[in-house]
Design a protein around this ligand. Structure first.
Ligand code: COA
Length: 178
């Protein structure tokens, strides 16, 4: 597999609106970059096998965000009948707080439809305050605590949810609330 080096581009052109970011389907060649972002982001990272096992499922989708021809973020989500379930989501550390995560979430929210998939759900570790604040800023709310959710630690998870109606965007699904 081709090894790509993520060079740190000039960030001057990036604004908090995520200008210059290109969100696209993840392809096999992205895996080294995605794994590097994953390992930098998480104490208990997914292995390559975890990614391929998930992405092999017909209902599982991977997306990446590119900036200046480098992969700087990814998300993995599952399609369910009434909801999208985000399984994994991370932005390269050097590129955080620039609106890239928000840009990716916008793409996900744009896929919701009031009569069909109208919610996005995801689990966040109770200690992962930055992610909780990020999803909260995007209009997600914690709806349940999932006790002993993780196999690798005894942490609980918060189940966070974004709903079109709760966010008041049922008639304008392309706008990100919050
Ligand atoms: C959570 C994460 C995806 C956010 O991505 P990002 O591109 O930095 O987020 P954005 O720049 O779009 O942030 C949008 C808003 O979210 C909130 N936010 C994001 N990161 C935050 C942080 N570390 N602390 C407080 N608020 C934060 C802010 O309100 C921010 O707006 P502002 O920068 O104008 O104040 C990123 O920090 C990350 O990859 N973390 C490690 C992996 C992870 O925890 N993934 C989620 C697993 S459930």
């Amino acid at each position: 597999m081709e090894k790509r080096i993520v060079t740190k581009p000039s960030l001057s052109a990036l604004t908090s609106e995520g200008a210059g970011i290109h969100v696209r389907w993840m392809i096999r060649r992205d895996m080294p970059d995605v794994l590097a972002i994953e390992h930098e982001a998480f104490e208990f990272p997914w292995s390559e096998e975890d990614f391929t096992r998930s992405l092999r499922q017909r209902t599982c989708i991977g997306m990446v965000a590119e900036y200046a021809d480098s992969v700087v973020a990814f998300m993995i989500y599952e399609l369910h009948r009434t909801r999208l379930h985000v399984l994994n989501f991370a932005v390269l550390r050097s590129h955080r707080r620039l609106g890239i995560g928000t840009q990716m979430l916008r793409r996900l929210i744009a896929k919701l439809a009031p009569e069909r998939r109208s919610r996005i759900v995801l689990e966040v570790r109770e200690t992962n305050l930055p992610a909780q604040l990020f999803f909260r800023a995007a209009g997600f709310r914690a709806v349940t605590v999932l006790r002993d959710f993780y196999r690798d630690s005894d942490e609980d998870a918060y189940l966070m949810q974004f709903g079109l109606e709760a966010a008041g965007v049922a008639s304008e699904p392309r706008r990100l609330a919050g």
